[in-house]
Design a protein around this ligand. Structure first.
Ligand SMILES: [Zn+2]
Ligand SMILES: [Zn+2]
Length: 184
């Protein structure tokens, strides 16, 4: 089986079962646990699964995200299209209303966050925030927190966006510093 087929199979299994052990996947797919660890990496990066002790777990999708949730930082209602989710130890999940509040919370919790998932502003797909491109100072009004922060999966997309609407695009670490400076 090709790695791409195995990854697809792992995705199907975890979507059906919610939780699976690495050892079980290794048996089922007849490859070493090391290979399974390599296979699950893209699924983790895409925000589809979370690594747990000895296994993987499906991350709840948008359908399960309740609209009456409030932002953990500013208490605004959560708009799933802009939401920024943070997975903490003990399977606890915190949700921020947008990239702005997500970055604020990242600053507060630091390494206490296992994984963060944001939305691509154009495609509405989920991605790992650590890999996202953060757009600041754009002229479009998204109706959430100021200064606005939009998130994009691809650098090219964010660059095209700022050509039309202005602003700058920066990776995660720089975005953390910039929000800190802007808020002080
Ligand atoms: Zn907020
Ligand atoms: Zn917000």
């Amino acid at each position: 089986m090709l790695p791409i087929e195995r990854i697809k199979r792992i995705k199907e299994l975890v979507q059906k079962r919610q939780v699976i052990k690495i050892s079980e996947l290794s048996n089922l797919l007849n490859v070493s646990e090391m290979t399974i660890h390599r296979d699950i990496k893209p699924l983790i990066d895409d925000g589809i699964i979370l690594k747990t002790f000895g296994g993987i777990r499906l991350i709840e999708n948008e359908a399960n995200l309740q609209d009456d949730n409030l932002c953990v930082v500013c208490n605004r209602p959560i708009h799933s299209k802009l939401s920024y989710r943070m997975i903490l130890p003990n399977n606890q999940i915190e949700i921020a209303c947008c990239g702005h509040c997500g970055l604020m919370r990242e600053q507060q919790l630091g390494d206490g966050i296992l994984q963060s998932i944001c939305q691509d502003f154009l495609k509405q797909t989920t991605l790992s925030a650590k890999l996202a491109w953060f757009v600041f100072d754009t002229s479009i009004d998204i109706g959430c927190c100021q200064p606005q922060v939009l998130t994009f999966e691809k650098k090219e997309d964010s660059e095209k966006f700022i050509k039309g609407f202005g602003g700058i695009t920066i990776p995660f670490d720089q975005a953390l510093d910039l929000i800190h400076n802007k808020m002080n």
